[in-house]
Design a protein around this ligand. Structure first.
Ligand SMILES: NC(=O)c1ccc[n+]([C@@H]2O[C@H](COP(=O)([O-])OP(=O)(O)OC[C@H]3O[C@@H](n4cnc5c(N)ncnc54)[C@H](OP(=O)(O)O)[C@@H]3O)[C@@H](O)[C@H]2O)c1
Length: 254
């Protein structure tokens, strides 16, 4: 019998670890836990058991990304869940970003996620779920988070369009759009000033709500009422007005 698997990228910490914990309770034989840090992945296996298959891969590398496709070809599993969660972010002036950082951010946040969707769909069947961790940063352009918000908009658009294409297959694609989540991704200070993150939420809460929404077949998962309200505001007001509001929030740090 074909084995059933879940694939979680960025499983070594934060939201990815929270999803990995949830996948243990699902009807899957293996959880392919993908990230770069071998020690953290080994620790994940010690914590959650032998269902965890640690795969140390750099998703910014084409060859390492394609090696996941080769593994799928060899093992031909049924993929019950694909959780595209790995992501990077940095706040700052766009002139301070080097070419390599721009390239790798796009590779991880955009290319890896789109490639994995394409590689995995052929191994999915009715009831399989794709969960893509976008962000509330995808709702509008964010100066000083230009690159991040643009890559997250790519992810949300791609995910929602894919969900439409998958109609009739019983497979769904859900874009998850949390606001600030309490993980290592958040920079603690900028230009020597401590950053405040209002309404910080836990990774566990985001993962639980996203899994529930994905099982219901929702194409977007937004945790917390205030984030839904923010989304509504970006539909009502112009992008220029939304950016002015954002600049008001960031002016203390930049
Ligand atoms: N925290 C927030 O406020 C927030 C809000 C909205 C959306 N999100 C999104 O949520 C997702 C998870 O973020 P998080 O907050 O949980 O951050 P995190 O704690 O920093 O986790 C990021 C994960 O991505 C992995 N990763 C980074 N670069 C990688 C690469 N080149 N190849 C493979 N894996 C890589 C990291 O593992 P290794 O370092 O071991 O490779 C880590 O497991 C991201 O897509 C982020 O954009 C976060």
């Amino acid at each position: 019998m074909q084995k059933r698997i879940a694939i979680v990228t960025g499983a070594s910490g934060g939201i990815g670890k929270a999803f990995t914990k949830l996948m243990i309770l699902e009807n899957v034989d293996e959880i392919w836990a993908i990230a770069r840090n071998k020690e953290k992945l080994a620790h994940l296996q010690n914590e959650f058991g032998k269902k965890i298959i640690p795969l140390s891969k750099d998703l910014a590398s084409s060859s390492e990304l394609h090696s996941i496709g080769q593994m799928l070809e060899e093992e031909k599993p049924t993929i019950s869940f694909l959780i595209n969660n790995a992501g990077v972010a940095r706040m700052g002036l766009s002139k301070d970003f080097g070419v390599d950082e721009i390239q790798s951010t796009i590779d991880i946040n955009c290319r890896a996620f789109a490639v994995l969707c394409t590689l995995c769909v052929p191994y999915m069947k009715e009831g399989s779920r794709i969960i893509n961790i976008s962000s509330a940063a995808s709702f509008q352009p964010l100066p000083y988070l230009n690159l991040y918000s643009a890559t997250k908009a790519f992810e949300r658009y791609y995910s929602r369009a894919l969900n439409v294409e998958l109609k009739g297959t019983g497979i769904t694609s859900t874009a998850v759009c949390p606001s600030w989540v309490d993980t290592d991704l958040l920079e603690k200070e900028l230009n020597g000033k401590k950053i405040r993150f209002p309404d910080l939420i836990s990774a566990d809460k985001v993962a639980q709500k996203a899994l529930k929404d994905a099982k219901r077949g929702k194409d977007m998962s937004v945790c917390k009422l205030h984030v839904k309200f923010d989304h509504l505001l970006t539909k009502i007001f112009s992008q220029k007005a939304c950016m002015r509001t954002w600049l008001g929030k960031t002016k203390n740090y930049i």
